[in-house]
Design a protein around this ligand. Sequence first.
Ligand SMILES: [Ca+2]
Length: 314
Amino acid sequence: MTFVFVLWTMTLPGCGREISARPPLLILDTDFSSDADDVGAAAVLHNLAAQGKVNILAMMVSSGNPWSVPCLQAVNAWFGRPEIPVGKAADGAVQDESAYTRAVAEAFSRRPAAAPDAVQLYRRTLAAQPDQSVTVVSVGYLTNLRNLLQSKPDAVSPLDGQELVRRKTARLVCMGGQYPSGREWNFHRDAEAAAYVAAHWPTPIIFAGFELGKDIVTGAALRRLPENNPIRRSYELHNKLAGRPSWDQIAVYYAVMTANGEQIPFWSKIHGSNAVSEDGSNRWLNEKNGRHAYLVQRGDSAKIAARLEQLMLP
Ligand SMILES: [Ca+2]
């Protein structure tokens, strides 16, 4: 009890040093269906939370796959955080097949909780946080974030979505696009949403592109885990534990580490502006005062993969 009390007093607001002991606040927005790296990213996030490096406020699902939400809830419960609220996308979201969501949800979900609408959950969560405090990490479609930006004032906040995001978020870290130009899955599956968010998001966006994750292969080490582990099971169902690129884990890891002020040698930033077209393709504009940046790999691929894979294990 004493130990718990001391920890609590250290995190009470009041002076700068105590406030800095609070882990950064984060919301994860994931499609959690068509690929297994979302599951790997959730594992990385939970393990960083267990190290006290992040406070997971909420998670959102951007896919319309009916098993994505219960599957994500099952993963959260597995890591001992069943209380994390999970928001579901509005009708009309991208419909994805998944090799693992139903099987993992049915095997590991004891009691799926009701899922609120993602925009309502975003608004409620953001409105309750200090100004400029929340990092949003998107590793799926930008559907929910577009809907959030276009939301109207309501009972939880007199601010519209654009102003609420401007007030409460520190930045968006987004796995999407290809740099300096290309056409990538997360953008083209809901191209209108990707273009809208890139053009209207009012705080900085850091993009982690297709090229960043494709050679960072993780997942094979999960075969060392017991078979009744939902992360291992997801990768096994997805491609028999052959390993997958780590697009989503990179975005989560980068977001959490930099939110803690830690220098990571693996990537550097190129500043400018990301122009997303109606077909979901994107191209980089070298604008001096642009609000965007994309990440370029500087470190060794094997070292990055080893770091991320280690964070996918319990
Ligand atoms: Ca994803």
